[in-house]
Design a binder for this molecule. Structure first.
Ligand code: SAM
Length: 237
């Protein structure tokens, strides 16, 4: 094994996730592919096996513990990069149908490679989230949208909430968030048919602090959202 099976088991269990041997092997292969592929395409600064387990895999699995309901149905992982949190959630939750979105296609080539090598089934879409959110096939179609370390919460709201169906949830993961960013984010939720559902602080296995903010989509989004990238960045919600 490339990663420590024990560390993966213990750190996943901290987020109420119990992995089968088959899932553990998938995480091991994923870690190896991440480190190898990272030699040619810059995907992550984290290449130490223990750090991959704690800061990428278990951190992503935190959603399994803190999600407002069981993870089943459809999930859009926005700005997935090397697959976080979407790929660990896909490996751990066979009931979930994951769509990976990223603006950078060479990162998605890695996702396509991992999905094929692990024998998984997923949609991989090269698109900015706000462009996808205007297309009928993605607009208000997902039970969950996730984003880890992608943008400020008010900006993320306009990227992610257009993808979520009424009654679904947007789950934002960050290392830390200021009160100011949070309050702008909550105001933005209300403009795109959502409201704050939960705000959770927790620690990963090495003691680092993390924050998950969950918004619930309570009504259909106005046709004026999402705006295009330049409008979003010039005048965030
Ligand atoms: N979520 C991954 C993680 O936690 O390791 C990657 C985080 S990386 C800092 C941010 C990623 O978001 C990049 O891969 C970038 O291409 C993507 N991204 C930024 N804005 C985006 C947008 N509007 N739509 C889709 N992808 C976006």
């Amino acid at each position: 094994m490339f990663i420590s099976k024990e560390l993966l088991t213990v750190s996943a269990a901290e987020f109420s996730v119990e992995l089968t041997d088959e899932q553990t092997d998938m995480f091991d292969n994923y870690a190896k592919m991440l480190v190898d592929y990272n030699e040619k395409v810059n995907l992550t600064a984290i290449t130490d096996p223990d750090e991959i387990v704690i800061k990428h895999f278990a951190d992503s699995l935190a959603i399994c513990k803190y999600a407002p309901c069981e993870l089943r149905g459809t999930l859009a992982d926005v700005g997935t990069g090397a697959g976080f949190p979407g790929m660990p959630l896909l490996i751990a939750s066979p009931e979930l149908r994951v769509t990976f979105f990223d603006a950078v296609n060479k990162k998605l080539d890695f996702i396509r490679y991992v999905v094929a090598e692990l024998g998984l089934d997923a949609n991989v879409i090269h698109s900015r989230a706000e462009d996808a959110g205007r297309k009928p096939e993605y607009r208000e179609k997902f039970d969950f949208a996730t984003a880890r370390a992608v943008a400020q919460l008010r900006i993320l709201s306009e990227y992610c909430l257009p993808l979520v169906k009424t009654g679904g949830y947007f789950i934002s993961m960050k290392g830390s968030i200021s009160e100011e960013e949070k309050s702008f984010g909550i105001t933005a939720f209300n403009k795109v048919g959502a409201e704050l559902y939960d705000d959770i602080f927790y620690s990963i296995h090495n003691g680092d602090e993390r924050n998950i903010i969950i918004a619930k989509k309570v009504s259909q989004i106005s046709p004026k959202y999402p705006r295009n990238m330049s409008q979003i960045s010039k005048k965030p919600l």
